[in-house]
Design a protein around this ligand. Structure first.
Ligand SMILES: NC(=O)c1ccc[n+]([C@@H]2O[C@H](COP(=O)([O-])OP(=O)(O)OC[C@H]3O[C@@H](n4cnc5c(N)ncnc54)[C@H](OP(=O)(O)O)[C@@H]3O)[C@@H](O)[C@H]2O)c1
Length: 279
């Protein structure tokens, strides 16, 4: 495994399993199988309503808790709940997480960030992060954080490489964990000719070439999958290196176009929505 060294010295595996839109049964299965085959990073969130299932998958893997890097996210309607982290840990079946994000710059997100800082100081999380903070939100947070985050989770893939955001991240040594790394199932990205060409050169699938590109960009990558063969392939990307010329060819695909466009109205809705947690 390759690791990213965070701005607090902690090491985070470069490849993990994502669980967005996985049902509890799917998440439990994907997490257990991923951990058994050598993954050590698991990404979930309050909003995915599968934290209990991820916890079951971790237990069923038989791996000791300390060998796993567990990442989750507080949802905006939890930012003012003083028990949000305790309830999250109870669902996950653990007494600490390795990385705790606030999921969206919605509602009282500064209070949410204060919860992260408190959890960090108390040792209940080893790293903190912000998710979907860009533009004015990251500028405002920058003025108010006591502890700079270690990670940002944001949409990133060869069509949208977050050039502007990365300038801010570089200032503080904040690492990017890319979501929608494979385009969230969009076949156009996977079908780009350059990935087929490089795939045949290295004996890899287009998805593996894209994921290797992420790790060589310095991103942590957490592809989501319900398919054990895909999960296996997604880990098997560290035995080759794309050359600088090949990275430059992939860079030409950057159109500055994202798949997901969030509106200010959605942020208001996010703050009002309460996840219907698994019992
Ligand atoms: N912070 C946020 O707001 C946010 C937002 C979105 C996502 N995320 C996180 O980022 C993770 C990744 O994003 P995502 O899951 O939405 O999108 P993604 O990883 O870009 O794409 C997932 C899709 O790709 C397919 N896939 C996975 N591996 C493949 C392979 N080797 N070959 C071909 N297809 C493959 C999956 O299908 P199969 O199931 O058939 O493999 C699934 O349809 C999430 O799971 C979540 O943990 C965070």
């Amino acid at each position: 495994m390759e690791f990213l060294t965070l701005n607090n010295g902690l090491k985070c595996p470069a490849i993990g399993i994502g669980t967005f839109m996985l049902t509890p049964a799917e998440a439990e299965n994907s997490v257990r199988e991923a951990l058994k085959m050598g993954y050590s990073l698991v990404d979930t969130a309050n909003a995915y309503v599968n934290e209990r299932a991820c916890g079951r998958g971790i237990k069923a893997s038989g791996l000791p808790r300390e060998s796993i890097f567990l990442s989750t996210k507080l949802w905006p309607s939890e930012y003012e709940n003083p028990n949000a982290l305790a309830e999250t840990l109870e669902r996950l079946g653990t007494d600490y997480v390795d990385l705790l994000y606030i999921h969206q710059p919605a509602g009282n997100w500064l209070e949410g960030y204060r919860q992260l800082e408190k959890a960090y100081k108390e040792g209940k999380t080893k790293a903190i992060g912000i998710s979907n903070f860009e533009g004015k939100y990251i500028e405002e947070l920058e003025r108010q954080w006591e502890i700079a985050p270690q990670f940002i989770q944001a949409e990133a893939h060869p069509y949208f490489t977050q050039t502007e955001l990365r300038r801010t991240l570089d200032k503080y040594g904040i690492k990017l964990m890319s979501w929608y790394p494979l385009g969230h199932g969009d076949k156009n990205l996977l079908k780009e000719a350059v990935f087929a060409e490089l795939g045949s050169k290295y004996g890899k699938t287009p998805a593996q070439i894209i994921l290797r590109w992420h790790t060589q960009m310095g991103f942590a990558v957490i592809p989501g999958s319900r398919n054990v063969e895909h999960i296996k392939d997604n880990l098997n990307i560290l035995d080759f290196t794309l050359s600088d010329d090949e990275m430059a060819l992939i860079a030409k695909l950057d159109k500055g176009v994202r798949y997901y466009h969030r509106t200010e109205d959605q942020l208001v809705q996010f703050a009002a929505w309460k996840p219907d947690y698994e019992k």
